[in-house]
Design a protein around this ligand. Structure first.
Ligand code: NHR
Ligand code: GAR
Length: 220
């Protein structure tokens, strides 16, 4: 069974979704460690309760990003993972770290990339007035939030939305697409060609997503 290490910084609900998918028999992985850069990350306790090895590496204890990243990589490599999963991990990673894990490091980002890279994505989507928002699972490359896209989920933005309601709607989809993306990876269904992801099995249904919903004539 393939080995994965999950990096978190906080709540860890995406990590929980991966654990739940594994426990339900839908995700054949060995979750060998969960590592947080924050000691108060709620996800550390959740992982420990599931019997998963946890580590805390305080980024503030290091002189710079490179020093933190090399300690982090050393810790990760002790677990010899096939895949490293960023799940709400909030530190930008240096080029050398990212290159070391090229093709085996993925992230979930709370927007439809390439829209809204970086932080505060839900607030920015509301300010732009977009009608469709969502999340993206992508391979991590040195350019922040610009790696090859594996899967995306879209949700409508409602006039009544605030940051809390919109982020909650997106988060529900994150919990569906992240286990799917990890499953494709561990089943060797993903290849990167010319900086784009190809999914081996022809699983994608042709579909159209429009918000607000239109009638069959397209007019209402
Ligand atoms: N590193 C690289 N090189 N490439 C990516 O695509 C990365 C990455 C590290 C993290 C996750 C990302 C997201 O999904 C991610 C993708 C943190 C920040 C950030 O600005 C931005 C994007 C992401 C994660 N972090 C601040 C920093 O100075 C700290 C913010 C905080 O601690 O609250 O590192 O959005
Ligand atoms: C998720 O919405 C994730 O997409 C986002 O933070 C949340 C973490 O929630 N990630 C980033 O913003 C990365 N910069 P979780 O800890 O409950 O999984």
């Amino acid at each position: 069974m393939k080995r994965i290490v999950i990096l978190i910084s906080g709540r860890g609900s995406n990590m929980e979704a991966l654990i739940a998918a594994r426990d339900a028999g839908n995700l054949p992985v060995n979750i060998v460690a969960v590592i947080s850069n924050r000691v108060d990350a709620e996800g550390l306790e959740t992982a420990a309760k599931s019997g998963i090895t946890t580590h805390f590496i305080n980024h503030k204890a290091f002189a710079g990003r490179e020093a933190f990243d090399s300690r982090l990589a050393q810790c990760i490599d002790e677990f010899a993972p096939d895949l490293v999963v960023l799940a709400g991990f909030m530190r930008i990673l240096s080029d050398s770290f990212v290159r070391h894990y090229e093709g085996r490091l993925i992230n979930i980002h709370p927007s439809l990339l390439p829209s809204f890279p970086g932080l505060h994505t839900h607030q920015r989507a509301l300010e732009e007035g977009v009608r469709i928002h969502g999340c993206t699972v992508h391979f991590v490359t040195p350019a922040l939030d610009h790696g090859p896209v594996i899967i995306q989920a879209a949700v409508p933005v409602l006039d009544s939305d605030d940051e809390a309601s919109l982020s909650a709607r997106v988060l529900r989809q994150e919990h569906l697409v992240y286990p799917q993306a990890v499953r494709w990876f561990v089943e060797d269904k993903l290849t990167i060609e010319n900086g784009r992801v190809r999914i081996a099995a022809e699983l994608a249904e042709p579909a159209v997503l429009v918000s607000p919903v239109l009638t069959s004539s397209g007019i209402r």
